[in-house]
Design a protein around this ligand. Sequence first.
Ligand code: ADP
Ligand code: MG
Length: 245
Amino acid sequence: MSLLTVNGLGKSFGGVKAVDGINFNLHAGELLALIGPNGAGKSTTFNMVNGQLHADRGSIKLDGHELIGKPPREIWRLGVGRTFQIAETFSSFTVVENVQMALLSADNRLLSTWRRAAGHKRTEALELLDQVGMAAQADRACSELAYGDVKRVELAVAIANSPKLLLMDEPTAGMAPKERNDLMALTKRLVVERGMAVLFTEHSMDVVFAYADRMIVLARGRLIAEGKPLEIRNHPKVQEVYFGT
Ligand code: ADP
Ligand code: MG
């Protein structure tokens, strides 16, 4: 059975059909890439799955639970996580503190309890940092880290509440090729080790073809192709959209 099942999903902004009745599914342990040209509807799709945007029509089921109509916090509690950029206000906190806060928030403890709770969850946070290769830098401020390392911490924060599905909208934007590959290799390892599913968007076709288990392609709100990277590479509709041939 699939973890996520999307059926007839649609959203319009004024007269623009940003997402126009798409269907796809996603299995546990799978890294699914959502690709398509600018304006294809990728972010709109993500934001409907995480509850930030309300769908006009269709259905999004996670383990059989309908997500449409649920507030983002509840969708998060049901197991849909997403990567957030570590905001400037949090960058003065250390690496391990950022992960401790994520663990507390997964336990429903408010940030206001942070001072009292400082020191809690450190062991657990260090274990998560170890999984993303950042344990050695646990006590540095995030503001001092290299960009690729900040991305690793963001990943540790995102998996702190053990999501079943992790959404990553352009995770490697602004990264050099080596950093991109490192981050995606790490993501792939987490998917395998934790049995988590990942839905991600990515501009670099090299990265997508190297790491995605399966891909779906959107163009003007419609799903025009779906398959394994090799199938997608040779798909006539995809060639048309990307290369105008
Ligand atoms: P992508 O992430 O694939 O680049 P988006 O999902 O951001 O595409 O956008 C899909 C379409 O919906 C585009 O035509 C975009 O201009 C439009 N759109 C997205 N968000 C909004 C919004 N909040 N208000 C109006 N139009 C929007
Ligand atoms: Mg986008």
